[in-house]
Design a protein around this ligand. Structure first.
Ligand SMILES: [Zn+2]
Length: 205
């Protein structure tokens, strides 16, 4: 299993506020918003591979969503720089890896295939294992940072996507479950996931 070197976790709190204005009709049926949810605070943490806390912030105020994306931008720029930095390979006497199997695709090496020592580019620089050269390059090309938001599929995704700053909303990709729910959305190097997706997996197994 390949681990993400960094992971971001976040949670929002919101309040409902009354929507002012006159109702369309007193005699016929209609649909109108009487109150709306508004994010008023969030907390965010970032961890490195061994669950070590490397960043935390808590915000309360009028601009919770906009402030959240500013913080994410600052944080993801810093983390992506670390992920793309080439740490020198640091062999250790206790390094132990299978010389016959690619640790990324789990297939046996065939005669003539180029094998490389894949090593962590962050933290210790120690060897992860032997890998096909192609697997190693493809793996590096797909680096992303998971952003896990508590119960986002049922609630926070709506709050976030409805209020996302317009300059950021342009480059969002969404994977819907249905008209109401999104299983995931991504933004540059960030993939937004729901904490409950992982909870279901734990319960099923
Ligand atoms: Zn491979």
């Amino acid at each position: 299993m390949l681990y993400h070197p960094f992971c971001i976790f976040a949670d929002f709190e919101s309040l409902t506020e009354k929507v002012s204005g006159t109702l369309p009709s007193a005699t016929t049926s209609f649909t109108a918003d009487l109150e709306r949810h508004k994010a008023v605070s969030y907390s965010i943490i970032a961890t490195v591979a061994e669950d070590k806390l490397i960043f935390h912030e808590f915000y309360v105020g009028e601009s919770a969503i906009a402030n959240f994306f500013e913080t994410l931008k600052y944080l993801s720029d810093r983390l992506m720089k670390k992920m793309h930095r080439i740490m020198p390979l640091v062999p250790r006497p206790d390094d132990c890896y299978d010389p016959l199997i690619c640790h990324i695709c789990k297939k046996k090496f065939l005669p003539g295939e180029i094998r490389v020592r894949d090593h962590a580019h962050w933290g210790t620089g120690r060897i992860n294992g032997l890998a096909h050269q192609v697997c190693n390059l493809n793996y590096r090309a797909t680096y992303f940072i998971p952003v896990i938001i508590h119960n986002s599929r049922n609630y926070d995704n709506h709050l976030i996507l409805k209020n996302i700053p317009p300059n950021i909303a342009k480059c969002i990709e969404i994977i819907p479950v249905n008209m109401e729910k999104f299983t995931m959305f991504s933004l540059d190097y960030l993939k937004f996931l729901d904490s409950y997706q992982f909870l279901d997996a734990f319960i099923e197994t």
